[in-house]
Design a protein. Sequence first.
Length: 79
Amino acid sequence: MAQILVRDLAPETVQELKRRAKEQGRSLQSQAKLILTQVADSPKVDMRVARELCKKYRSRFGARRFSDSARLIREARDR
């Protein structure tokens, strides 16, 4: 197995990794390994693919119009 060394992590980052590891009953090393593995194994979506996905989902809604969600959230907060 290969090894890597990550230098100069912010103390806050290390603390967050430790918190997550403890929360899930893992060591810091196994938590970092899990996160790196998940990121490396996740599919890469480049801009071309992202545009195609957006086009696909837009076509499913046709000409339907939706309300401005920001306005609705603002109204709900003002209540």
